[in-house]
Design a protein around this ligand. Structure first.
Ligand code: PGA
Length: 246
């Protein structure tokens, strides 16, 4: 059983519609129960649902985040994008940046660094995703890749108090495969050690579910989880939180 303050971040990706909002009722009730007094729930729905989520979650402790943002803090001619100030303005407090699904589409470390800076300027908390691909893991390049992503992504960012690092091995996302505990423990420690005495909070993401949570929660340096698939079903999401604290 853990007594730690933990973060449970639901990444809904490109899923959900107005009907889905009603599934939040159970989570709202749960968020007011004692079982969650040591944790924080954060939903990152698609942009189209943010304002409906905010309305629904008005009187509870559940926070909202965006799934990405543009690197510019200003308005501009960028069809299809939104920026960090727009997210803050609508009521979001978090944003996911550097997700591997976006890196795969061409977001590089430099762009990610600009996005993180713009999000911090907008007073958003940043969930900064890093992780190696299967090929990189097989070539034993995990540490090298993570070091590079951290160094470039956080370049010239001194104050890291509003940054969460989400370690998400690409081979684990949506596959049902999670790293072996002893390996994950080492990697999380490796990430933590990069920051001397003031490490950002570290999350794990990749196929987290209500079955493997019992093992994952035992890793001492993990401060929470970024949860994709399993967060879309309210029961699964609640079970993950409950099991973390049982
Ligand atoms: P998953 O996704 O839990 O479905 O593996 C996690 C993520 O991509 O953030």
């Amino acid at each position: 059983m853990t007594n730690k303050y933990m973060y449970f971040i639901a990444n809904w990706k490109m899923y959900g519609d107005l009907k889905t909002i009603n599934t939040l009722d159970k989570v709202i009730k749960f968020s007011k129960s004692k079982e969650i007094n040591k944790g924080r729930l954060i939903y990152c729905p698609p942009y189209t649902l943010i304002s409906s989520f905010l309305k629904k979650l008005k009187n509870c402790q559940i926070d909202i985040g965006g799934q990405n943002c543009h690197e510019s803090e200003n308005y501009g001619a960028h069809t299809g994008f939104i920026n960090s100030n727009m997210l803050k303005n609508i009521g979001a407090n978090y944003v996911i940046i550097g997700h591997s699904e976006n890196r795969k589409k061409g977001e590089n470390d430099k762009l990610i660094n600009l996005k993180i800076k713009s999000a911090l300027n907008a007073k958003l908390k940043v969930i900064f995703c890093i992780g190696e691909t299967l090929t990189e893991k097989r070539k034993k390049k995990t540490r090298l890749v993570l070091s590079k992503q951290i160094k470039a992504g956080l370049n010239k960012i001194k104050n890291k108090s509003n940054i969460f690092i989400a370690y998400e091995p690409v081979w684990s996302i949506g596959t049902g495969v999670v790293p072996k505990s002893k390996n994950l423990l080492k990697i999380v420690k490796f990430i933590k050690n990069k920051f001397k005495n003031k490490s950002p909070k570290i999350l794990y993401g990749g196929s987290v579910n209500s079955k493997n949570i019992n093992e994952l929660k035992e890793i001492p340096d993990i401060d929470g989880f970024l949860i994709g698939g399993a967060s879309q079903k309210t029961k699964n999401f609640i079970d993950i939180v409950k099991k973390t604290y049982s």
